[in-house]
Design a protein around this ligand. Sequence first.
Ligand SMILES: C[S@@+](CC[C@H](N)C(=O)[O-])C[C@H]1O[C@@H](n2cnc3c(N)ncnc32)[C@H](O)[C@@H]1O
Length: 248
Amino acid sequence: MSSAFWDDGNPGGRPPLNGPNPLLGAWERAVGEGTGALRRDELVHRYGFAIPDEPALDTIRRLSPRGVVEVGAGTGYWARLLQERDVDVVAVDIAPPPHPANRWFAGSPPWTTVAQSDECIVDHHGSRSLLMIWPTRNEAWPARAVHRYAQAGGSVVLRVGESPGGGTGDDHFHALLGMLDRCWSCAYGAANTACICGTTPLFEPVDHVAIPQWEGFDDALWVHRRTHRRSPVRGVVRRRWWLGGGRS
Ligand SMILES: C[S@@+](CC[C@H](N)C(=O)[O-])C[C@H]1O[C@@H](n2cnc3c(N)ncnc32)[C@H](O)[C@@H]1O
């Protein structure tokens, strides 16, 4: 792989892509050579966590007639490919690459304009789809983004990531998106997750699209639509002998 495509003195612009989807090409080569485990970190740093392909990009395009607002966009690689497919994308990150404070992308040139902003940006973009790709694991901002987006009248969340308990988002985020039917903390006494009892899902999953995956990871593109039908997440009733009763 050459790194010449970002030696163009244009870190904030739209450097040439060197092919229609260089990350997909590099992933195919790495998988073919059996070097995926070695290559993943450098390709994440250069492009991003998830590997876009045409079915995923086309799904996002189809479901986003009024464009996309992407929060936590990292290098903006997916945003760039969507723009090349005529999707209007507003992409933001709290520390847009190559910002040194970005723990994954410090020094990585962006693939398109990624503005410095946080989840509050969705307040102004309820008519767009909300795109979040590998939102940070166990941080609160992805849930805040979903909440604010619903308040702004948003109707479609497009999430690329793993299932609840995996490497993306937290339980509150997944509960808001209708991915959890119980509070794991209360139902099973899971110590590594916060109580989410009382969280009412604002969206529900209606579809998911497989994407190319790195070995050992299980991410996909999920489509969530606004719902008003769901009841709050609860813990299951557990007898607590030391209290002489139960709690729901
Ligand atoms: C795990 S990385 C994923 C980046 C990119 N979406 C990808 O898939 O490669 C999470 C990104 O979220 C950004 N981030 C963290 N907190 C944020 C916030 N409150 N608002 C916007 N972006 C945030 C980080 O700077 C980082 O770039």
